[in-house]
Design a protein around this ligand. Sequence first.
Ligand SMILES: NC(=O)c1ccc[n+]([C@@H]2O[C@H](COP(=O)([O-])OP(=O)(O)OC[C@H]3O[C@@H](n4cnc5c(N)ncnc54)[C@H](OP(=O)(O)O)[C@@H]3O)[C@@H](O)[C@H]2O)c1
Length: 209
Amino acid sequence: MISIIVAMARNGVIGRDNSLIWHLPADLKYFKQITMGRPVIMGRKTFESVGRPLPGRTNIIVTRREGYSAEGCLVAGSLEEAVEMALRDAGKGATGLRDAAGAGSRTVGDAPDADNRTVHDAPGAARAGNDPPPRNEIFIAGGGEIYRQAMDIADRIYITVVDAGFEGDTFFPPIPEREWKLTGEKHQPPDDRNKYPMIFRVYDRKQIA
Ligand SMILES: NC(=O)c1ccc[n+]([C@@H]2O[C@H](COP(=O)([O-])OP(=O)(O)OC[C@H]3O[C@@H](n4cnc5c(N)ncnc54)[C@H](OP(=O)(O)O)[C@@H]3O)[C@@H](O)[C@H]2O)c1
């Protein structure tokens, strides 16, 4: 199963100057809980903006650059190739990088800030959907260019709507109502650590009868 995960402002903005605009610990926690132990696919620009592999997850970087390498990550020359690699990795179970990228890479168990849990047993998990996540779920984690290409192949979208307007240069594409059904929604008010209200939404692709 292919899932997109994204945080988007009310006006569709997801980034500016190759970085995130807001700092919202509740959304970072949600992202971690949802993706932990699963393969994550990122465009080269997003990866370089994050600056390191996400621990406890097989990281797959998409680039057209020949010979590109990033320590602790797998590299794919197209989104299709990245998806194939991720599905293969997910099929092996939530084993992290060791099996996929060779010895010395991190796994869920030895990643410094990994809690070795999945969303099933994460305390306080704020997952907005109702069904448990499928074991073979893989994640498309941005950025704009990769999201646009992934909209046609994704089965699910986890979207955190940051309920404020921001100026930015990177946008999430529209989610056409005829193709997507809202299957989960959870509101989170602002607090001391999270300046803006958030809405955690899950959309599933409509089944064609
Ligand atoms: N709010 C969120 O949830 C969120 C999540 C992720 C990212 N972001 C933001 O999004 C912005 C980055 O997005 P972006 O659109 O500029 O870049 P991006 O999607 O992260 O990466 C674009 C790069 O991916 C590679 N690529 C794209 N399509 C490819 C294909 N079909 N085959 C092979 N390689 C391909 C190319 O790398 P090469 O140039 O190396 O060939 C391209 O330059 C940043 O501001 C980041 O903070 C926001």
